[in-house]
Design a protein around this ligand. Structure first.
Ligand code: C5P
Length: 394
């Protein structure tokens, strides 16, 4: 997500500063690098040693540190980066940025830079709501600074409300979004993901091994390209990707209704492993009886993908998935015709793809077969999202 990207990370003085250390790790895990700059306040909460050790680079602190100037001047430091991130952005730092003050290294870098700036605020709820902060944030946004909305929740000071530092995952997404071309801006894309649960009785159900990981990664990747994403999800144990609207369902019937309710959409990517059958559900728990095991009465579930492909309000682009264990491409070609969709993403699930972290997929459409390199599900999602953008934008 951040391959080769250089982030200059300004660490302000707030209790949330310790999370900037985790942000350094996550930036690096996503392939980027982080150069920490600590304000005097920031150094009260984390040390240059820990920030520098995690970043595996020098952590900068002082404007008038001659060694720094000999190695790299502050102007150069502020421009060698691809993006400046302020985390946590305290009320004081936001005020200084808005006023154009430059009385220490961090604020001087922020004033001297010609690169985009992203600020992740963290402060007491009243400081965030204060007219001065509200005006400062508006000023910064009008100048093109991305100021994230803080999270809402309990604060270190014991109060409750907006002002918490955004979750690290949300900050990483926002950083990645700075670099992604917003090729899906203004588009609404519907994604289904996860398994469905088909109840047998009030306590039992039939399900499958879908983890939802690939579908969630696709929703996140589409969002990163600027799309408005509605994710209709079966029961999974995954966090909602930042900025994605999630609708939780359990059964195939509920999923079909949620898909219908989410229309109109410009594109639909149906990743869910929808159960083919539902069970004639018993109203009460089925007892283990003398009559031996019960017989389950199965009924065909609605085919959500096929229905959507022939829907009067059909999205311009409909993408289906095909999980196969043999003759993957042949089955995918047959499915393309049968379902009436524009593209089938065929994956070989004979290995440990389901629940695993990597995937190998073939894109099968009327124009041929394209095989993507075997890669982590996030990377497969990124490439698929690019492909979707290409098809939508002609
Ligand atoms: O029919 P099959 O499960 O082989 O096809 C897989 C594709 O069809 C996936 O895109 C899946 O989301 C979709 N599907 C559906 N409704 C069903 C069964 C599958 O939308 N009842």
């Amino acid at each position: 997500m951040l391959q080769g990207k250089r982030i200059l990370l300004i660490i302000g003085g707030g209790i949330a500063a310790y999370k900037s250390l985790e942000l350094i790790r996550e930036i690096r895990r996503a392939g980027g690098s982080a150069t920490p700059v600590l304000t005097a306040g920031g150094r009260q909460f984390v040390t240059p040693l820990s920030a520098g050790a995690l970043a595996e680079t020098k952590a900068y602190t002082d404007l008038f540190d001659l060694t720094d100037e000999a190695e790299m001047g502050h102007i150069q430091l502020s421009r060698a980066a691809d993006l400046l991130v302020v985390c946590p952005a305290t009320a004081d730092l936001l005020a200084k940025m808005a006023a154009g003050l430059a009385d220490d290294l961090a604020t001087t870098l922020l004033l001297a830079t010609d690169k985009p700036v992203l600020a992740a605020p963290a402060m007491n709820v009243r400081m965030w709501g204060h007219a001065a902060t509200v005006a400062n944030v508006a000023t910064l946004r009008s100048r093109g600074v991305t100021v994230l909305e803080p999270d809402v929740g309990p604060m270190a000071c014991g109060e409750y409300g907006p002002g918490r530092l955004p979750e690290v995952a949300r900050m990483v997404e926002a950083i990645a979004a700075q670099f992604a071309e917003q090729t899906l801006q203004g588009r609404h894309i519907l994604v289904t993901a996860g398994p469905t649960h088909e109840p047998i009785d009030p306590v039992r159900y039939i399900a499958n091994r879908s983890s939802g990981k690939q579908g969630y990664a696709i929703a996140a990747a589409l969002r990163r390209l600027g799309a408005r994403v509605t994710l209709v999800s079966g029961p999974v144990d995954l966090p909602t990707p930042p900025g994605v609207t999630r609708v939780d369902v359990e059964t195939a019937k509920q999923m079909a209704a949620a898909v219908e309710a989410a229309l109109p959409a410009d594109a639909a990517v149906m990743v869910a492993a929808v159960a083919d059958w539902s069970v004639e559900t018993a109203g009460a728990k089925i007892k283990k009886g003398a009559g031996g095991p019960p017989t389950l009465e199965l009924r065909e579930n609605p085919d959500i993908l096929a229905t959507l492909s022939r829907h009067p309000r059909r999205p311009k682009l409909v993408v289906g998935f095909a999980a196969e264990t043999n003759d993957v491409i042949e089955h995918a070609k047959a499915k393309l015709a049968k379902k009436g969709c524009d593209l089938i993403v065929a994956n070989d699930v004979s290995g440990d793809v389901m629940g695993g972290d990597r995937n190998l997929v073939h894109l099968v459409s009327a124009s041929g077969v394209e095989t993507l390199p075997e890669a982590p599900k996030d990377e497969v999602a990124r490439q698929l999202a690019q492909h979707v953008a290409g098809l939508l934008n002609g």
